[in-house]
Design a protein around this ligand. Structure first.
Ligand code: 5GP
Length: 197
């Protein structure tokens, strides 16, 4: 039986995953990607919409979902919980779309482990996005101006750890120019989907 593929776009916070993702969705008719909406306990940023950018829940609601085994992976970082629902991926597959998970590295590694244990690693198109340099990553997080100085330091320290894991991914793409990176990712996805035919 042909198994459903899943795209994981991972990499440190601030590396530009969101920007790349937007570009990918501008011309998506052939790839039929659909973003998997994660659950988080983080407060919405300005402009973020519940059920579109995240399902925003309380810590208690999140803990209930952990207990009910609703997450394929979840992680706690920057004092908040983030998780991917099994049901979200299933629904996207059912609709005939290719799920795209935009998550941080540990969550991605957990999914990779889960698929490995099921002997289904070939279903995963795992892509790690790297910044051109750590300084550039720091600039990007600074420019976003949504985190305090202390939060920025925590994100940079975590980024250093995440970058050590990049070789565990099938592909790694440098995000110097988001359009070039998105184009490279498109080529990877097409190639992988073709291999699946
Ligand atoms: P932000 O708070 O900036 O939206 O996200 C912080 C980090 O959490 C980002 O690196 C983002 O990719 C990651 N993230 C978003 N959703 C999930 C998820 O469902 N699981 C995990 N492990 N990380 C996630």
């Amino acid at each position: 039986m042909k198994k459903d593929k899943l795209v994981i776009l991972a990499g440190p916070s601030g590396v530009g995953k969101g920007t790349i993702e937007k570009i990918l969705f501008e011309d998506n008719s052939e790839m039929k990607l659909k973003l998997s909406c994660s659950v988080t306990t983080r407060k919405p940023r300005e402009g973020e919409v519940d059920g579109v950018h995240y399902y925003f829940v309380s810590k208690e609601e999140f803990e209930k979902k952990i207990k009910n085994n609703e997450f394929i992976e979840w992680n706690s970082h920057f004092n908040n919980f983030y998780g991917t629902l099994y049901s979200e991926i299933e629904n996207i597959n059912k609709q005939g779309f290719l799920p795209l998970l935009e998550i941080e590295t540990n969550g991605a590694l957990n999914i990779m482990k889960y698929y490995e244990e099921k002997n289904e690693s070939s279903c995963l198109i795992s892509i790690f996005i790297t910044p051109p340099s750590l300084q550039e990553l720091k600039n990007r997080i600074n420019n976003r101006a949504t985190e305090t100085e202390k939060e920025i330091k925590i994100r940079i320290d975590k980024a250093k750890e995440e970058l050590k894991e990049k070789d565990k991914f099938l592909y790694s793409v440098i995000n110097d120019d988001a359009h070039i990176a998105a184009n490279e990712i498109k080529k990877i996805i097409f190639k992988e989907l073709k291999n699946n035919d």
